[in-house]
Design a binder for this molecule. Structure first.
Ligand code: IPM
Ligand code: MN
Length: 434
């Protein structure tokens, strides 16, 4: 097999988790400071915080609280820079984010957190989503080719069906990671236009096409799928499988290729490329499914799934259904990850009708910070950050198991900030016990 299928990937740098390392001097790439409050060395991580629209602004505060808690109890400092952006910002100022923001996120930060983009009535003159330069512009412009969306059901999380809260899926039987291709597919034209706007380039328009048999006005979106784009996504999927414990049902390391290769040429290339990459990972089982059938299997046999790779729109849709298995969108975290950059965001979006009420679930955002720290840790070889990510997970699990302070989406009436503070306090305790 050609070398290009075995190229470097950040997820391969598996790090032994050893909490004792917390108190050893740390050397990160570049910024290392002596004279920290809580030990001999402090490493700074510069984080852009993009709260965006609606409830994104509330959950961003809880994401920040987690970073502040870590800063207060470890030698890791986070320089947080908040950038106003999104559809509402566009309506108020005429720009999607301040000039230079894209370059700042590209050149000057270690990682990015995004709350949500989308405000009612906020569209650009050409009909594109206002704020698209932020979310889609970064996905395309920073080449964040994998949208990594873990789906895990914690103990104590009920499922809301028919307006009632019941336990449908079993905790321990839902623990998969879906990788959605993030730079091409059906989103390609819009992604390019958004990146063009962010970078000040002329806006891309797909070539004019005619469609035999169709009359009158026709709108269309090309769906290009490339071998390269697929290969790097699939490779990251197999690499992530190396860091996991296999599918919850049988413990088998498995990567599932979900496509519609019985119908589309793009999906045929996707599957062929999947097979080429898979040949480099003989210890991992390959699995295949069509996206329509997958919608049934993910609900009936979620325990079969370990890592799933799919194209852009299929992954977008599948992960909203996947979120139902983990208690809803309020629980769904994500990372938009490339080889050089990454941003982390809750999947739920701006939920305008709940905005400003301090009621939405902050866990999707808190777990997005968990993903950020894991990524930063693996990328820079800072095992403490990977361990801290694990402690965030433990704090969330403990809070949910305790079960008496849940937000409305999980059947409770606790506020966003109350849940955020409770998890941050648990994290603080764990960090100070180290
Ligand atoms: C998501 C969202 C976005 C998408 C929207 C806001 C453009 O649904 O992150 O899943 O479709 O990718
Ligand atoms: Mn979506």
């Amino acid at each position: 097999m050609e070398d290009r299928y075995t190229a470097r990937n950040i997820w391969l740098y598996s790090i032994p988790l050893d909490n004792n390392l917390f108190h050893q001097p740390i050397v990160t790439q570049g910024r290392v400071h002596v004279g920290a409050t809580n030990g001999p060395v402090m490493s700074d991580h510069r984080i852009a915080i993009l709260p965006g629209d609606g409830t994104g602004r509330e959950v961003a505060v809880e994401a920040q609280r987690i970073l502040e808690t870590i800063e207060a109890h470890t030698n890791h400092g986070f320089e947080q820079n908040v950038i106003s952006c999104g559809g509402q910002h566009y309506l108020e100022t005429g720009e999607e984010w301040p000039e230079g923001s894209f370059e700042y996120c590209r050149d000057d930060v270690d990682a990015i957190f995004l709350g949500a983009i989308g405000h009612p009535g906020a569209t650009l003159p050409n009909g594109d989503l206002a704020g698209g330069s932020v979310i889609l512009g970064m996905r395309s412009g920073l080449d964040l080719y994998a949208n990594v969306r873990p789906i895990k059901l914690y103990e104590g999380v009920p499922h809301k069906v028919h307006g009632k809260f019941t336990q449908i899926w079993e905790p321990g039987m839902v623990d998969m990671t879906i990788l959605r291709e993030n730079t091409e597919g059906l989103y390609h034209s819009l992604l390019r236009r958004c990146a063009d706007r962010a970078l000040g380039r002329d806006l891309y328009e797909p070539p004019e096409m005619t469609f035999p048999g169709l009359e009158g006005e026709v709108a269309y979106d090309p769906r290009p799928i490339s071998e390269k784009g697929t290969e790097r996504l699939v490779r990251m999927g197999f690499d992530i499988a190396e860091t996991r414990n296999g599918a919850p049902g049988d413990g088998v390391k498995r990567v599932s290729c979900i496509d519609k290769s019985n119908v589309t040429r793009g999906c045929q290339l996707f599957r062929r490329t999947f097979d080429k990459v898979a040949a480099n990972y003989p210890g991992t089982e390959c699995d295949y499914g069509y996206i329509d059938a997958f919608m049934q299997w993910i609900t009936r046999n979620p325990e079969h799934y370990d890592v799933v790779v799919s194209s852009n729109l299929f992954g977008d849709i599948a992960t909203d259904l996947g979120a139902v298995l983990q208690g809803g969108m309020g629980m769904a975290a994500s990372g938009n990850i490339g080889d050089e950059h990454a941003f982390f965001e809750p999947v739920h979006g701006s939920a305008p009708k709940h905005a400003g009420l301090n009621k939405v679930n902050p866990i999707a955002s808190i777990n997005s910070i968990q993903l950020m720290l894991e990524w930063l840790g693996r990328r820079n070889g800072i095992d403490e950050l990977v361990s801290i990510a694990g402690l965030i997970d433990d704090s969330v699990a403990e809070h949910l198991r305790n079960g008496n302070a849940l937000t409305y989406d999980l059947g409770g009436d606790a506020s966003c900030s109350f849940v955020g503070e409770s998890i941050a306090n648990r994290l603080a305790t764990k960090l100070s016990e180290l």
